[in-house]
Design a protein around this ligand. Structure first.
Ligand code: MN
Length: 213
């Protein structure tokens, strides 16, 4: 039951996050989906999720992705999420697991670059191509030693490969808003009755200084 941990951490009477019961019927030949959710919880991070075998494999990336191939971004693997989570943008009530504001920062499809995905995971050297609204081209997740251990969380590094989509641009700053609705974190929080002040700390500095109360 791959979603057991996901469900155990959440009270679906309180959080608007999907329980994932519908099994998310997917067309046989549908492309695999990919999403990054910008999440202002106790700390700002970016949740990187790839559809695989009926769930979203998930990593929390504290600094978010970098388009610069010389930059390695820590990505902590977290519990699998239901496919329906890929549509979630909104407010998780304070006091709940992950309490805070979630923005659909990027979404699209992905494809593996290796024939045997399971083997690539096991080896801890997993290459893939993203077709997102923001992120495109070739990437790799490399598992590192240390961290995790008994907690069951493994730490990986998310790295951009050199291709025409590599860049020095800091895309988390230059393209900071929702790929779905165009909203800032503060706007998502305001619309969802969340903590606007807290959410705004995850928006680009200039914008949050000028925000309306
Ligand atoms: Mn998160």
């Amino acid at each position: 039951m791959p979603l057991k941990t996901y469900r155990k951490k959440r009270d679906f009477k309180v959080t608007p996050e999907p329980e994932g019961h519908t099994g998310a019927a997917r067309k046989k030949n549908a492309r695999l989906i990919y999403v990054i959710q910008k999440h202002r919880a106790s700390h700002l991070h970016y949740d990187f999720r790839l559809e695989w075998k009926g769930v979203l494999l998930s990593w929390a990336v504290p600094k978010g992705p970098s388009l610069d191939p010389s930059v390695k971004r820590l990505a902590m693997q977290v519990e699998d999420h239901p496919i329906e989570y890929a549509k979630f943008e909104g407010v998780i009530p304070e006091g709940e697991y992950g309490g805070g504001t979630v923005m659909l920062w990027d979404f699209g499809t992905w494809e593996p670059e290796q024939d045997d995905v399971e083997e690539a995971f096991r080896r801890g050297d997993f290459k893939f191509t993203l077709h997102g609204r923001k992120l495109k081209g070739s990437w790799v997740l490399v598992r590192t030693r240390g961290f995790g251990g008994s907690s069951g969380r493994s730490s990986w590094l998310l790295i951009k490969h050199r291709d025409q989509f590599a860049s020095r641009e800091d895309i988390t700053e230059t393209n900071a808003y929702s790929a779905s609705t165009g909203r800032s974190l503060a706007q998502v929080a305001r619309d969802g009755g969340g903590d606007v002040e807290k959410a705004a700390t995850g928006d680009p500095a200039g914008r949050s200084r000028n925000r309306r109360k």
